[in-house]
Ligand binder design. Structure first.
Ligand SMILES: Cc1cc2nc3c(=O)[nH]c(=O)nc-3n(C[C@H](O)[C@H](O)[C@H](O)COP(=O)(O)OP(=O)(O)OC[C@H]3O[C@@H](n4cnc5c(N)ncnc54)[C@H](O)[C@@H]3O)c2cc1C
Length: 400
């Protein structure tokens, strides 16, 4: 585990070694199959669930397993994504979805909706933020939730929700949905509500799974329709103002883990290139031994290591109270910056790898094309590079 340097504790090393061994043995050999069927993905996910990864990050009181540190968590994201970032996404989604409820100590949500995830049976979670009119609208801090079109109204002891979501991972197959909505758009952040909705309630329905470039079966994306969906009032995360803050913190965690996902893809590609270019020759020498190509490989490695050091450094700030809450502009700016940079690095690494490998880099046999297709959505989701840069700037000065 030298890769994570002095950031990682001895306990975290053991976990990361387990995850890496699992990825080497159970994911790397079936990468092509994962791209071809949901069944292949579920087979791998079931093994990860049995290994305890579904419990990872969920509250121990309910049978979950405590995260050692934010540093450990993002390194786990990198290790899983080195195998397949769609599977990494599905495995870490329960923590992402229920993280806000754990921080809010919402017992009803934790007992009724989260506790089934603390088991050795596969369960799927879905965090539904994006709306048809634009994913960035709900996430943009300058819009303060005012552009959200999904509306929740309190009727007695129940929330009644109307609206729709587009693209969330796990849509249609998940047992629990975290729906970002507003009680009144004119209230801004005070109106923002995060409401947990169990699958099967009347009025909740789904579109067909989207046909995508990457993460084709490992992350299932579809429309979510909410037509007078009713849930108990306790299924709202916390309350006016608090939901916004907790949502912003979840977004910041999501951006940080996305940096780990992107570097997991880049690391996998670097390993492929180093192997391939050892066995391909021109002018009597392995491709990687020519100074021209060695310099290209060095640039890829340097970029990966600097992006990793960046995200680990931000994660270490998440671990210490003195840097504030992850949802506040300082850490949000850092997490967004780490994601933007990691994705730019992953893009450069995939492009260079294809150049170094010639036509073979373009074939399914060597998997570089898979990582290129998969990583691209990591760059786009959760606000993309543009909103990410806006938030990185907002870590330094306010933008109204
Ligand atoms: C495989 C996959 C998985 C996904 N998983 C999830 C999920 O689990 N949950 C979920 O809710 N969504 C999910 N999404 C949706 C994803 O997060 C959004 O697609 C993404 O946030 C961008 O939103 P958009 O596509 O509507 O683009 P738009 O918001 O329409 O953006 C278009 C362009 O305008 C820019 N832009 C728009 N608004 C702003 C702004 N305010 N500031 C700066 N730039 C701006 C964008 O950066 C982009 O360049 C997923 C999508 C895919 C494909």
């Amino acid at each position: 585990m030298k890769r994570y340097g002095a950031f990682i504790s001895e306990e975290s090393k053991a976990l990361l070694t387990n995850v890496r061994n699992f990825v080497d043995k159970e994911i790397l050999p079936v990468r092509v199959q994962l791209d071809e069927s949901r069944e292949a993905c579920e087979e791998v996910i079931d093994k990860l669930v049995k290994m305890g990864m579904q419990r990872y990050g969920l509250a121990p009181k309910y049978g979950g397993v405590q995260i050692g540190s934010a540093v450990e968590y993002v390194a786990v994201c990198e290790e899983l994504a080195r195998g397949d970032s769609g599977i990494a996404t599905e495995m870490t989604c329960p923590e992402w979805l229920f993280g806000p409820a754990m921080r809010a100590r919402n017992k009803v949500v934790l007992e009724n909706l989260m506790s089934p995830f603390c088991s050795d049976e596969r369960h799927t979670a879905c965090f539904a933020l994006t709306e048809p009119a634009g994913g960035c609208n709900g996430e943009d801090p300058t819009q303060r939730g005012m552009a959200l079109k999904t509306i929740a109204r309190l009727d007695g002891d129940e929330w009644v929700i109307n609206g729709s979501k587009r693209w969330p991972g796990g849509a249609g197959i998940a047992e629990v949905y975290g729906v970002l909505c507003t009680t009144d758009p004119s209230l801004g952040e005070e109106g923002v509500a995060l409401i947990y909705v169990p699958n099967g309630v009347p009025g909740l329905s789904f579109g067909k799974p989207e046909n995508k470039m990457g993460m084709r079966y490992s992350d299932i994306n579809a429309d979510v329709y909410l037509d007078n969906v009713r849930v108990p009032k306790e299924y709202r995360l916390a309350g006016p103002g608090q939901d916004w803050k907790l949502f912003r913190a979840a977004l910041s965690w999501g951006r940080l883990s996305s940096a780990g996902f992107a570097i997991g893809n880049a690391q996998a590609v670097l390993e492929i290139v180093i192997d391939y270019t050892a066995n391909r020759f021109y002018k009597g020498k392995a491709v990687r031994e020519h100074t021209l190509q060695a310099a290209m490989i060095a640039d890829m490695a340097i970029a990966i290591e600097s992006a990793r050091a960046y995200y680990l450094s931000v994660a270490s700030m998440f671990d210490r109270k003195e840097f504030g809450d992850p949802g506040e502009p300082y850490l949000m700016g850092k997490a967004s910056g780490a994601k933007v940079y990691a994705c730019d690095v992953a893009e450069m690494v995939c492009n260079r790898a294809m150049e170094l490998m010639g036509a073979y880099g373009y074939t399914k046999e060597y998997h570089v094309e898979k990582y290129l297709r998969d990583f691209k959505i990591i760059q786009i989701w959760e606000g993309g590079g543009q909103l990410g840069r806006l938030e990185a700037a907002m870590g330094y000065y306010p933008i109204p």
